[in-house]
Design a binder for this molecule. Structure first.
Ligand code: CMP
Length: 146
């Protein structure tokens, strides 16, 4: 599936501000196919495992508290060049550095409460997509992706 899938999370802050619809509309308009989707509240164990690469960071505990504070939307997005194209659509991690018109510029509150997550590499996209979705929950438009 290299290059064709990425994982997004619409984070609790954006969900509580009723931004699910506008964010999904931007994703749709940018040409992504939604191959899988869930709406639920992450458990602390899930959040800690998902963000384990950041476990030594000073912001880790605060990030886990935020990510488990309310429901999230998790989705697998598909198109050619999905990881890079989605990172362009969402903008920089820090919304003060994000370009005009990007999802984070429009909907993020801070570097932590930054509206959405997007996979940062094809390897992480694969890990993250399998982290949240079983085979029977994924509906790829690409014949080559199981
Ligand atoms: P995300 O793309 O989900 O990946 C890791 C998350 O950690 C990031 O978005 C932010 O929510 C958070 N994060 C990254 N850097 C910082 C920081 N300097 N301070 C607080 N939170 C951060």
């Amino acid at each position: 599936m290299t290059g064709k899938q990425t994982l997004t999370i619409i984070k609790p802050g954006a969900v509580s501000h009723e931004y699910i619809g506008p964010i999904l509309a931007m994703i749709n308009e940018a040409g992504f196919h939604i191959a899988a989707m869930k709406y639920f509240r992450l458990t602390p164990i899930q959040a800690r495992s998902f963000y384990s690469v950041h476990k030594e960071k000073t912001f880790f505990n605060s990030l886990i508290e935020f990510m488990t504070s309310g429901p999230v939307v998790v989705a697998i997005l598909e198109k050619e060049n999905a990881v890079l194209d989605y990172r362009k659509l969402i903008g920089a991690t820090d919304p003060t550095k994000a370009e005009e018109g990007t999802i984070r510029k429009m909907f993020a509150e801070s570097i932590e409460r930054n509206a959405v997550h997007g996979s940062d590499s094809d390897a992480n996209a694969t890990r993250e997509c399998y982290f949240f979705f079983s085979r029977s929950e994924r509906f790829s438009m690409f014949d080559t992706i199981p």
